[in-house]
Design a protein around this ligand. Sequence first.
Ligand SMILES: [Zn+2]
Ligand SMILES: [Zn+2]
Length: 724
Amino acid sequence: MVIARVALNVPLDKLFDYEASDAQPDDIGCRAEVPFGRRHMVGVIVELASGTDLPSDKLRPIRRILRDTPPLPADWRALVLACSRYYQHPLGETLAVALPPALRRAEAVPKPNADPLFRITEAGTEARTRLRPGSLASRSLSFLVERGPVRASALKAALPKAAAALRHLSAKGLIETATPAASPAAAQAPVALPEQSAAVEAISGSLGRYQTFLLHGVTGSGKTEVYLVAIERALARASQALMLVPEIALTPQLENRVRTRFPGARIACLHSGMAEGARAGGFIAAANGELDIVLGTRLAVFTPLPRLGLIVVDEEQDPSFKQQDGIRYCARDVAVLRAQQAAVPIVLGSATPSLETFQHARSGRYRLLELPRRALAKSLPSVRCIDTRNAKLQEGLSEPLLAALESTLRRAEQSLIFLNRRGYAPVLACPACGWVSGCEHCSANMVLHLADRVLRCHHCGAQSGVPASCPTCGNQDIHPYGRGTQRVESALRERFPTARVLRVDRDSASTPGKSQALLESIHRGEVDVLVGTQILAKGHDFPRLTLVGVLNADASLHAVDFRAPERLFAQLMQVGGRSGRADLEGEVLIQTEHPDHPLYTALAGHDYHGFATAQLAERQQAGFPPFMFHAILRAEASQLARSLEFLQTAAALGGQLGQAAVTIYDPVPMRLTRRARVERAQLLVESPQRPRLQSFLRAWIAQIYAQRAPAGVRWSIDVDPHEF
Ligand SMILES: [Zn+2]
Ligand SMILES: [Zn+2]
């Protein structure tokens, strides 16, 4: 009897046995449709066995093995299994996260779109001289002449609307499809600076073996150029390259740049915002070895790549690499693990590396590559604090900042006011009785959104009208307190009536399309003053932006989370780096009540090393990561007492395990205790040694699964949590 052991997407930490008389060893890694209870599910065959512990009346036959897609390769399964173990999450659920949604179902997967390779024909070469110069047909043919055989997608990236030209040219016999070369070459583009080429040489010298590099480069230092040349070297060895970026919003820009740079390469861009069929198609093409470069967000780390030769993680410190529900993996850490398993180099790039990564570089575990200069712009922006302790503010804006805005406007350059709080005001309150606009589902305040005339909770999304008077005492004189992007926007419009003010935050850029449109209007120079949140801080180049004003940064200095200063420093470096990127000098003005704070001093000196070294010393002394390893068990229920009770029981189970060098803390309510009607609590476990923590977690979580949580209590485990 052949038994297939199948991993299913259910919250149980076990495999399920099915009778599979026709299963062959080649079917390991195949998806299979199986009966589960009264329904059918799709899982992955993890192993074949000749027997089972199930009684024969419980053993059911597999429904069918889905052989229309290739079996998931062994190295891919090993990676997913390692993640499942490390993050203490059931294998079946981990596999489901690693697979595109279309592959979690039994329906046939659509064939990936073909991306034919074209070359110019003799007739085309002759015709080129007769075509009107500058016409789409002529430019398309020139691109093919200059760049050799070119993918349809690369031509479309280089010349918008080229799709029609392609059809026309191939119908006339001026171009024809070509057979791909073994390794698609890129145009050799020399890097500008000696430190860039030193970085490229170091990385390409490691191709074929495992090494983690930290590429620390100030904003504008040309990190992307280093990635691209390193990728070119990997492709020249007929390898595949994987590049991870933090945001979907960043991928269209980068995708165009990569496609134009590698016009003959087969490239897929994978992220959660794309159509399911295209995502599954890209995944399968990658697994079949048909792709050269995979570009994507967090989830792309799980793309199967049989010829993987190089991994790049851009903005490695970015919080979006950490998944915040289900299996709480960090794609950067999974990428490092993957590089180790596949014996390939990995490059982690950042202007402000995470302290974990920087500590690895200091200790010699990672190799540090530095790009200390800007490649194109003249110099780094000057950073200055505006002391607001005794200043009179107008709608939160100080005189020196307003004056700087005014002179930037006069020079017809762009300014950016950065404020990490959207909405009009964070709370509406009654000075007479003390009423505040609290959310009835959360322990948080409803934010006033004047643009939509609503109060909105940023935690659960609840919405209500804006009351005309205090709901408690009837006082008509209720006020918005504090300020968000909408309020600053309207203050700026009032102060500079002729200036074109544009707000960019999650409300105004709610879809990729809207955000693209906003960015385009900034690039066309249709904006004088930008008001925005961290959305604006990332990756975008605005050539005429010369002034950045920072409001309300002090809030993060006093935050409880020990990671808050690290995040603030990274954010301000990033947003400051937006200014003065072309041939114009940039200036960053930070409004603060703590102008002498070491964080601001380090920022003014562009001194990442000084900041990171001081932070690491503090962390070491306080016993925080990266010198300590954390895991958090969280629970939620309709009543706080039930969440706490579950955690108490779990803590007692953990205590009985008696693992040395592991500390289990008392359960506490979470800071935002109530969210969307559930009350949340958490319990911290720590150890100065990762292996000890891991072996404790394995035993402990197995027991928690075995005990079964009481009805109505949901729990999750977060290994290496990023937030408290
Ligand atoms: Zn009142
Ligand atoms: Zn709420």
